[in-house]
Design a protein. Sequence first.
Length: 257
Amino acid sequence: MSAPAVKSLKPEIALKRAWGPARLHPLPLRIMHWINAAAIVIMIGSGWRIYNDDVLFGWLQFPDVLVIGKWAQYGLQWHFFGMWIFVLNGIAYLGYGIATGRFRRKLFPIRLREIFATVGDALRFRLTHEDLAVYNAVQKILYLGVILVGILIVITGLCLWKPVQFSELASLFGGFQIIRLIHFLCMSAIVAFIVVHVTLALVVPQSFVAMITGGPNVNGGPALVAEPARVAAPTPVAEPTRPAAPTPDSSPSDSSQ
């Protein structure tokens, strides 16, 4: 009796969740960083064109080589274009930083003792940045500060753009010219941050490279890795045992002697 046919099982590919290495700067963060950089350049250049049309300080006017837009009207169009990119990208960045816990890990806590120690090292030119994955106290304050300034510059920009629709919000600042001044000071703070940020990137070039390549591998979250699923090999079916054939009796002896 023949054994029943056994259907062979083919190995299947399964998605297995594993804790794989993650970059210091994940790809979404790098994309948002460079989009934000482009938006800020557009907004600063066009904002300087708008400022030149109605200056706040008589002694300050920006040269045409640094502004975006031939006239103030063109500057406004560029400014609105950059504004929407900055706002939408900023919302995505804040959501990403909060949802992934990156802000909590990178920017907190900030200890007063750490601030004094970092400032002291900087004044003695002993400040090092060997570990790109760890921010010192000054970096934490700068990053938190520029985030708050970015939020404030958007709020004041809305009040300047739609003073009637946002009249209640504008009243909190005390007047249109005060809002212009706050908006201008926020822009100045962002420019100062960019100068420091770019200077540090030139001093520590691996930080600039990390924002392009993603930087070194760090312990990250789970990643989906495709690997063959382990399938148990089919158990062979044994051949059914057959009864042994009867052995032939010895030849009969003659009954007769």
